[in-house]
Design a protein around this ligand. Structure first.
Ligand code: TYM
Length: 328
């Protein structure tokens, strides 16, 4: 029996190398081993203000990125979260089951609401219950994500266990699937922070950046004053560049092989080689993306087909949860 995996990305900014190496690339590589459901979580995006036209465009662009990166829509249901109403319906049940203390302890909530606590939306606090609904609606076994989402997947498990204990055993308990390498790609200009959609322009390489921009970002990336090229955690800038190098190298390339390759070389050589590797590594994605842009109807069809295929699973789970709570 194949395992069922569920994951999603917010269309809240342009996609960067962290999203690719921490999530999408792993989804693509494992797609033959699993039954896959990958979502574009537009309802999560609106927990902070979004321009409607931009949100709509980014939702389609993200679908194109999933496809352009190599997800096969025959093997994978790709869909938009707001196209299946059970996500918000189940999220409401979870809002009522989850203690306020659990939700308000979430690091992402604390970070995002820190500056303007009174102005931040109620949706921002309810965010993890919607994420739990995404995962649990489909009875997913695994949730392939980057390291920053681990806490949310753990909360999802706690919510499922509480529901199963207090009402009826409706939900499968999912596991976070986090790969060691690439789970936390750091900002290029400030390698002690993670690369993010909300960081400044020089923090990230965007997946659709031109070769010139990729070159400039990597050549300007912050390193240290050391000389030898080694995977050492206490040299975060170098470590990050080497990690990206490893992930764009042929599968199975080890840290030792990379260190051996760069013996006697300096940071300049590493950066130049990395520029080539990343430009070539992202080239197919960029070209496929441009091709897909020529046929918007194709992408709409994929999204509709994806939602139609999995909606029955969501309906069945939601019905069971509702009945267990005595609703209806
Ligand atoms: P989001 O949209 O912030 O990020 C999407 C995916 O990219 C990973 N990621 C990173 N990985 C490595 N290094 C980085 N610098 C980096 N930045 C982002 C994230 O870990 C994630 O896997 N709450 C989720 C979206 C979501 C979801 C879900 C995920 C909603 N429902 C259900 C899984 C299952 C989020 O904000 O991801």
């Amino acid at each position: 029996m194949k395992k069922r995996v569920f994951s999603g990305i917010q269309p809240s900014g342009e996609m960067h190398l962290g999203n690719y190496l921490g999530a999408i690339k792993n989804w693509v590589e494992a797609q033959h081993d699993n039954e896959n459901i990958f979502c574009i979580v537009d309802l999560h995006a609106i927990t902070v203000p979004q321009d409607p036209t931009t949100l709509h465009r980014r939702t389609r662009d993200l679908a194109k990125i999933y496809l352009a990166a190599g997800l096969d829509p025959k093997r994978t249901a790709i869909f938009v979260q707001s196209h299946i109403k059970e996500h918000t319906e189940l999220a409401w049940l979870f809002n009522c089951v989850t203690p306020l203390g659990w939700a308000s302890r979430m690091t992402q909530y604390k970070e995002k609401s820190a500056e303007k606590k009174e102005q931040s939306s109620v949706g921002l606090l309810a965010y993890p219950m919607l994420m739990a609904a995404d995962i649990l609606l489909y009875q997913a076994d695994g949730v392939p994500v980057g390291d920053d989402q681990k806490q949310h997947v753990e909360l999802t498990r706690d919510i499922a266990e509480k529901f199963n204990r207090e009402y009826a055993p409706v939900f499968k308990i999912p596991e976070p699937w986090i790969r060691g390498e690439g789970a936390r790609i750091m900002a290029l200009d400030e390698p002690t922070k993670k690369m993010s959609k909300s960081g400044g322009p020089s923090n990230a390489i965007l997946l659709l950046d031109s070769p010139e921009v990729i070159k400039s970002r990597i050549m300007k990336a912050t390193t240290d004053s050391g000389r030898d090229i080694k995977f050492e955690a206490e040299r975060p800038g170098l470590y990050n560049l080497l990690t990206i190098y490893q992930l764009f190298s042929p599968a199975g390339t080890t840290q030792e092989q990379i260190e051996a390759h760069f013996v006697g070389q300096g940071y300049g050589t590493l950066k130049k080689e990395l520029v080539e590797l990343v430009i070539e590594g992202l080239r197919p994605l960029r070209e496929n993306f441009n091709q897909l842009s020529a046929d918007p109807c194709y992408v709409e069809d994929i999204l509709k087909d994806g939602a139609d295929r999995i909606r029955p699973i969501a309906e069945t789970t939601y019905k069971a949860a509702k009945e267990a709570m005595g609703l209806g």
